[in-house]
Design a protein around this ligand. Structure first.
Ligand code: ARG
Length: 459
């Protein structure tokens, strides 16, 4: 394509080194979509005759079919997807095909193609996220009255509704939806017409190509357009935080389904066995979901380091943006293809969940708050309750086994309802603060979550 200026053939080693076909051939259809809009615009502004534009457009549509059917094979010496498509057009149309690239550079072309590609991918990601949120809502509704121990520092802390627990993950993934929306917005500008870096002397109509490609507007600065990859950083940011959220959820499920916790039961169909130990049922799916997080985070760092120190504007380093993007998209799609179904098949042993904190001290805060309601300053209530816990520990007693007499001996301010008040159901039910674990609050949260997914879904 650039033979005019060169007096030597490109060496085969350089072709092999600089080519990007192993990465970008999958962009062919999006590249052709961009070219067809470019051609329509060229005809509108009079740079191509109507008949010329029609012939090029038809040929591009044929090339698209040749790519999809596998009849057109890319040639390495043509470096990348863009030049392969253009070369095929010239092969088909001769000098007319050679008009396609007027007013355009691969620099604005690749940015356009990538945005078109990502926009398609985002449609699938949005569907996957929606399904995940719906499954969590269903679980939260079904498990609203199941009581499990809540943890801080992985130490039993206070009883909570399992529905409230699922809704905690719902909120995390809801924020991922907002991050994906930001990424969707970031691809919504058309780079076409920025040229190599400075625009064009030809009377291109950038608003026209933007509209034809269903972008909201053309990008504002041609230098920035070919230099920046913020829209990819936005994807990787979404993917990284999403992967972190999935990893935390997977880790919880691994723990809760282990023999030591034991109140979450994983579906056989989603577990694997051991080649040696006949009794084993392993949560490999969860471990792999957790395990994919490292690479997804790595791809964010990979791109950030590639961008660091690049001068304005386009540099060939930017071609390396694709490998990590594909890998990350594949990992996120794999997680989304499994996690919702996995979650909907998990079952709960509610008795075992309750038993797991029998004899523990998860209701100690309830004692302290009971005293506060009877006028005891919180710090004093905390200390008195702490002493009661110590008293129980020394005697091997459970807090909820103490009689009113025993309570009054330990804490004279104890009300007569205290022994009755100390049970897991009330501990959950009475936590009625907004955003708290009270059963009614969880019902409200689920209703609000449903409204979000069904009526104000932003994607
Ligand atoms: N294949 C390149 C990329 O993916 C686009 C080509 C731009 N090349 C150039 N020498 N200006 O970034």
């Amino acid at each position: 394509m650039w033979k005019g200026r060169f007096s030597q053939e490109t060496s085969a080693a350089v072709s092999a080194f600089t080519q990007s076909l192993d990465l970008d051939w999958r962009l062919a259809s999006c590249d052709i979509e961009g070219s067809r809009a470019h051609v329509a615009m060229l005809s509108k502004v009079g740079l191509l005759g109507v008949d010329e534009a029609q012939r090029i457009d038809r040929a591009l549509a044929e090339i698209d079919e040749e790519v999809v059917s596998g009849r057109l094979k890319p040639r390495e010496e043509l470096e990348d997807v863009h030049m392969n498509i253009e070369a095929r057009l010239i092969e088909k149309l001769g000098p007319l095909g050679a008009k396609l690239h007027m007013g355009r550079s691969r620099n604005d072309q690749v940015a356009t193609t990538m945005r078109l590609f990502l926009r398609r991918e985002y449609g699938d990601l949005a569907l996957g996220l929606k399904k995940l949120l719906e499954v969590l809502l269903g679980r939260a509704e079904a498990d609203r009255e199941v009581i499990i121990p809540g943890y801080t520092h992985l130490q039993q802390a206070q009883p909570i509704s399992l529905g409230h627990y699922w809704m905690a993950h719902f909120e995390a993934f809801r924020r991922d939806v907002a991050r994906l929306s930001a990424a969707v917005e970031a691809v919504d500008e058309s780079p076409l017409g920025a040229g190599a870096l400075a625009g064009s002397t030809l009377p291109l109509d950038r608003a026209c190509t933007a509209e034809l490609l269903r972008f909201s507007r053309p990008t504002r600065n041609s230098l920035d357009t070919v230099a920046q990859r913020d829209y990819l950083l936005d994807y990787h940011h979404f993917a990284s935080v999403f992967a972190l959220h999935c990893s935390r959820l997977a880790e919880d499920l691994v723990l809760y389904s282990s023999q030591e916790f034991g109140w979450l039961l994983l579906p056989d169909a989603y577990c694997t066995g051991s080649s040696m130990m006949p009794q084993k049922k392993n949560p490999d799916v969860l471990e792999l979901i957790r395990g994919k997080t490292g690479q997804v985070l790595g791809h964010l760092l990979d791109l950030a380091v590639t961008l660091k120190g690049l001068p304005m504007t386009y540099n060939r380093d930017l071609q390396e943006d694709k490998r990590g993007l594909w890998a990350s998209l594949t990992a996120v799609a794999a997680v989304l293809s499994l996690l919702p179904d996995f979650l909907s098949h998990v079952s709960v042993d509610a008795d075992r969940a309750l038993k797991s904190f029998e004899g523990g001290f998860l209701l100690a805060t309830d004692v302290a708050e009971h005293l506060v309601e009877r006028g005891v300053p919180f710090r004093e209530a905390h200390e008195k309750t702490g002493r009661a816990v110590r008293w129980c520990l020394d005697r091997g007693r459970a807090l909820d086994s103490l009689s009113l007499r025993e309570w009054r001996d330990l804490i004279p301010e104890a009300g007569e309802e205290l022994p009755r008040r100390l049970n897991a159901v009330d501990a959950v039910r009475l936590r009625r603060t907004f955003g708290g674990t009270g059963f009614d609050r969880v019902a409200e949260a689920v209703a609000e979550g449903r409204h979000f997914v069904e009526d104000s879904w932003p994607l």
